[in-house]
Write a protein that binds this ligand. Structure first.
Ligand code: ZN
Length: 116
């Protein structure tokens, strides 16, 4: 059986006075450590570049992180794990779940292949 698809969660840009790691993540756990997240946030703020918030996350975790971000007025972008943020527009996009995935076949979450 094919492994379930996991996702990376990104924010396109974070203002210099934007939220802290605690604001964003709360008690959500992802494959990134707190130290990795702190580094990512610092880099994103100084470069005004995209911020990787969660790596290799199951679909349910993507939902948690997104909800938390929406409450803070931030829009998170979900991309199939291991694909760069900059390449998302060359990928397929699911309108139902607002995510980017590789390949031209059915979206992994709609197709029931998103890890629970
Ligand atoms: Zn879908």
């Amino acid at each position: 059986m094919e492994d379930p698809t996991t996702f990376d969660v990104w924010i396109e840009r974070l203002r210099r006075d934007g939220p802290t790691v605690e604001d964003i993540m709360g008690d959500s756990r992802t494959a990134l450590t707190r130290l990795q997240l702190l580094k990512e946030i610092a880099r994103s703020k100084s470069e005004q570049g995209p911020l990787l918030l969660a790596q290799d996350a199951p679909w349910s975790k993507v939902g948690e992180v997104r909800k938390r971000l929406r409450e803070r007025g931030l829009n998170a972008v979900a991309i199939q794990a291991d694909y760069p943020f900059a390449e998302r527009w060359s990928m397929s996009r699911c309108e139902t779940y607002d995510l980017f995935y590789a390949g031209v076949l059915e979206c992994p979450v709609c197709g029931g292949r998103g890890a629970p």
